[in-house]
Structures are given as structure tokens and as C-alpha cells.
Write a protein that binds this ligand. Sequence first.
Ligand code: 26Q
Length: 768
Amino acid sequence: MEFKREEFLRAVEGCLSAEFATDLERANKKELYNAVSKALMEQIYPDWEASGRSEKKRCAYFSAEFLMGRAIFSNLLNLGVLDDVTGALASVGEDLKQFEEVEDAALGNGGLGRLAACYLESAASKRLPLDGYGIRYRYGLFRQTFRDGYQHEEGDDWLRWGDPWSVRVERDAVEVRFADQTVRAVPYDMPIFGYRNNVVNTLRLWSAEPVQAFDFASFNEMRGENKAADNFNATKITDVLYPNDNTMVGKILRLRQQYFMVSASLQDVVRKLKARGKDLRELPRSYVFQLNDTHPVLAIPELLRILQEEGLSFDEAFAVCGQAFNFTNHTIMAEALEKWDALALSDLLPGVYEQIVAVQQRLESEAPADGRYYIIRDNVVHMANLAIYVCAKVNGVAEIHTNILKTDIFRDWYELYPEKFVNITNGITPRRWLLLNNPALAAIIDGKIGTDWHTDLKALKKLKPFIPDILGDFKRVKGENKAKLAAYIKEHEGVDIPPHFIFDVQVKRLHEYKRQMLNALSILYFYHKIKSGEMTDFPPTAFIFGAKAAPGYYNAKAIIKFINEIARLVNSDEEVAPYMRVVFVQNYNVSYAEKIVCAADVSEQISMAGMEASGTGNMKFMLNGTVTLGTLDGANVEICEEAGRNNNYIFGATVEEVAAIKRFYSPREIVEQDPALKRAVETLVDGTFPDEKGMLRKLHESLLTVHNPDRYLVLFDFNDYVRVKEELLRDFGSDAYYTKCLMNVCSAGKFSADRSVNDYARLIWKIR
Ligand code: 26Q
């Protein structure tokens, strides 16, 4: 984008006066933020409009979550005006940094939602015609605080700062019909800027509203009760994001959200095609749809329904769907696979249910009748099976994960349709996750190999021969990033972290399979060794956690409480103060991640092998020069392939070993044979920590006494983990260690989302 300072400042002033009846002198932060954003929106409109006019085949990425984070800095970077706008604002005495207070758009839970956001950015940067379709939640993922070490949740009023990066497109509103109500879906479009290439794609998020303005007269007379109720309930559909990650909650409102989003999106696509005079039988020539997990899978029966309404036969409509839809799986956890009660579904969406039944009949005529292939069984609708049967391609998100899909959870389907299954290893956008969050490291790299890597991350390998030259600069930058994070943590969490400590970081959603518990127990283990005088030379380390627990996930919340208690114990102990600190940061989100990722020395990726589909945090740390302490799970496997296993710290049972161990596993025996481990585990029940609510006792039970104890082999992997962790901490600080860090940077090329979207475009979408 071409930037003219005077013109820009005039546009800002224009917006300030028209929208807020104020000027540059008097405007407050929020007014200035809105005016700066709107001034830019005005300028990019022609490019946006031009991108939308193209009739090239497009991909629509259907997702219940887009975890966008903060828009303004990323948008300025991609428009190429970050420095210009910083300078323009400085010239009128304003600091761009003040917008770091702007709320994140947290319209997603974790990995799956952030992946969708990275893919939108990368597709625009690679000039691929990809648009997002989703839900404009009024409240995003809850804000987390800790009180007395317990997690508390508050509503996330992300629109408090306004939403200047969206445009409400009234003219494209559609109606969505449920058996008991009809609601209006109004789209809000967000521009997605390619990196310095004038491409502007669109994220279209639907908001639910009553069909007609509220009818007070009939409400007062208590007539038309249903209509009044409809109006009350309409906005409820898009009120709030369900805060579950890798667990299914069978709430009917969630089903309503899903149908609302896919019905509105498909109506939008069909209307556009009809306006262009297209035969809907040819839809796959114009559109391809990617279903981000099972959450938008109702799109399949909905498109079948719409196409038949438009005059196609079932077979014709099925043929269209079979070419247009593709499905990404993000988890192998049984409790995350969506299943809906058939009666509830048919009550709410009879027309859609009818189509699912028709698809089931078609499946029965095609697949072996041996009971392995079904969509509806025992009055339960299995959304993943519906997706696999109809979709052209089904993909996993890392090599190991796709193999597990083929050989384990979907092996019957793989036997029937081997050609459907493909792997697309996840990726992250290097713009947000290096250029923006770590400009100083980016500058070091630019200085040695130029800027090609900004849009071609494989070019980072050219940095290898320069590693010895930049070791010193890298250490300095890492140190500066650590000092900044320490200051931020001091201000927001009230914990002192000396910047010269090793920053050992585990940030991700809280889940038992991710094993924050393993990390916690190791901290107690080291703590006890320091206290007893067995370890007098423990390398000073800060253990940093960030994670939200689903509000209804008891054990996850208990683990947060446990770690907060460990933090209190450790941080108030003067004897261990020279050796360790523990902090659990509150409200970990995309913006916090940007600060943490560039300041980490150790990246904890310690899920039980086979459980983490891919992980993408692991890639962000790698790109920022952090070694991985991890299991051979998800994309860690490929990280080791790329960077060399010797440049990372790998421990624990492999997937194959996990399966074998589970057959004879006895966590009690392990604890009995290992007094140091036992001591750490017993802190859950021995009075070390107050446990008024019995939460810690429950954790103890889940490790040792429940029916299927220690499901995720925390105790089995403990010894190997502690051994490798200690080795890592002792290696820290040498030139050899920093060389490992930089070898990771040089080897991160594969994990660019640019590569991922390009793989999708080539292997699945067939778009250019
Ligand atoms: C389902 C039904 C009802 C309510 C909620 C859900 C639900 C919501 C979110 C189920 C799952 C999710 C999110 C899953 C997720 O984020 N998976 C992660 O996806 C990443 C991107 O592919 C991977 O890197 C991670 O390994 C995987 O855990």
C-alpha cells in the first residue's frame, strides 16, 4: 500500500470528527484506535473490492473458530506501513504501542482456531483465493483470572474497543430456518491482507439477529408469543463461543450455532453462483469447501438439501458434494469426536436429518454390510463418519497423526477408500510469529540472508553457515526479549523473574493428555532435591505456564490450582530463590503468546505419544530459536527430522511403546519403586498444600486409584523426562546450546503455513 503521511493524518482527523465529534488533540485511545483503523480501511477498499470481483475458483474454509488475535499490528505489517504509521502517529505525539491494550479477537479456543487464522493470512500472502466463513461470537473465549490459585472465568467483551476492522454487510443478510424459529444471519466481513502484495481476501463472520425488529405491541398483548420468543432467542445463537477444546459437549445450542453458520454460508455461495448465471451442477468448478473438523459438517446435508430445492436430483446433489467437500481431522481423542442424538437433530432440523438418512442409505448400498460402516447407529449421528463418506479428501495434520487415522481410528474407512486419505502437516504464519513478534531476531536474519524468507521460509536454511557469526547477536536479542517478558510478568502477575534465569515454558490449552502434570511434578522433584541439599548446582530456571481450562473440566482446573500452589511454595522460599521461580500467567492468549514465544529458552511439548495431533506452538518456538523438550508426538517428530534429533531433547515412550505399556501398566508399582517421584506425587494429599475443595486429592486418585489410573502415562514417563530435562538445563548457555537454538531456526522452513496452504491448494482444493 502506498502511504502518504499527510493524507493519512487527514483521514484520521476526518474519522475522528465524523464518528466521535473529536480531534487529534482530544481523542482518547479507543477513538484514536478506531480512527486509525478506519482511515486504513478506507484506503484498502479498492483492492478488497477488486479481489472479490475475480471469478477464479475459490476455497471457502468453514470453521466454528478463527482465533485471530489482535488485528492492527499484523494488518499494518502486511500492508507494509507499520513504520509509516508509527512515524505519522509520533509526529502528532502519539505512540502506536498504546494499541497493545486493544482486546484480542479470541473467537477460538486453541490450536484449531489459530490454525484457521494462520491459513487465512498465508493464503492471502500466497495469492490463493481462500475465504473464511464462521461465527461472529458476541463473546469470545472467556477471560481467565486466578483467585486464590483457582481459575475464574469472565465474559470476553472483545467488542469493547469497537470493531473497526469489520464491515457489516446488510445487503448480504440471509434467513436461517430451524424447526422452531427463523433467524436472520448478518455477515461482518474482515479483510485479510496478504503480505505486501495488495491481495485482500475475506473472513465472513455471521451474526444472528431477529428476523423482524422486536414487536412490542404483540408482546404486550401476549399474542404471537412464539415470534416474540424467537426475537428474544435469535441473538442467543451467536452469543458465545463454547470454551471446549478437544472435548465434545452435546448442547443443542451448539448444534444451532453450527447449522446457523453453514446454512448462511452456503446460501451466500449459492446466491453468488446464481447471480453469475451458473448451473449449480457445476458448483465444484467455482467452489471447494474445507471443513475444519466436524464442527461444520452439517454443511454436507445442508448443501444436499439446498441443491435439491434448486431442482437437482439427490444423485446430482450428492455428486456435487462429493467433489466440493473436504474434511480435516484435528484429534484422535474419542471424547472430542462429535456425535449428536438423532432425535434431537431431527427435531431441530428435519430437512437436514432427512438428507443424512438418505446418505446413510446410499452408504449401505455401497459399503460391506458387516456393521463397520454407518453414519447413524443406535440413534446417534456420527459426524466424522458422515464427513469421511462424502468428502473427496480427508486429512490429518501431521505425519504421525495421519498414520494413526489410517491404522487406528478410521482404519475401516481407510480400507474402503484409501485414496481419500492425505497428510497436510500444519504450519504457522512466519509474519505474525517471527517478523511481528520478534523484529530484532528478524533483523539479524535479514542482515545475513536478506528478506526472501519472509515469503519463502525454506530460505532460512541459508542462515546455517552464518550461525557462528550471529551467535552473540542472537544471545543478546533473546536476553532483551526475556527482560521485556519478565517486566510484563512482573506487572501483570506480580512475580519476579530474573532475566538471567532459563525460561522454561509450557503454554497451550490445559488438558490431561498434554501433561502439564508431568512438568509440575518435575518442578517439585527438583525443589525437593534443592531443599535436601542433594542438588547444589541446579541451573537457575523459571518455569512459566499459560493455559485455560474448559470451565467444566474438573481435573484441568485442579491442575491449575496445583501449579499455582507449587508457585506459591517455591516463590516464597528464600532458600530456593536463587535456583527457581514458577509462574502461571493469567489469560494466556494470542497476544501473550507473541511476547512469550520470542523469550523462551525451552519449549515444553510433552504430550503422551499419539495424543497431540500436531501442535503448532512447538513450531512457533522453533522458529524463534527455542529447543524442544518433547515426546515423539505430533509435529515434534517432523521437527526432529528437520532440525536433527540432537538439536532437541526427546524423551518418553513412543506411540508403539505406549500401546504395549498400557496392557500391563501399574502406576502404583512405579511410584513405590521411586521415592523421589513418590514424594512429589504425595504432595497432592500429604498436607503440603491446602486442599479445601478436595481437588488435589482427585488428581491423586486419577493418577493412582481410579479404574484406569494415569491414562496418559505421566508416571511412566517421569524418570526419562527428568533425566532429559536436567541434561537440557545443564547444557544451557554454552555456544553449543545456542547453536542448537539457531539450527532450529534454520530448519523451520517446512512449518510455514505458506507451505501448508500450498499443499492444500495443490492436493485438495485444486486452486491457483
Ligand atoms: C466439539 C464439540 C462441542 C464443543 C467443542 C468441540 C471442540 C472444540 C474445539 C472440539 C475440539 C476443538 C479443538 C481442537 C483442537 O484445537 N485441536 C488441535 O488442533 C491443532 C491444529 O490442527 C493441532 O495442532 C493440535 O494438536 C490439536 O489438539
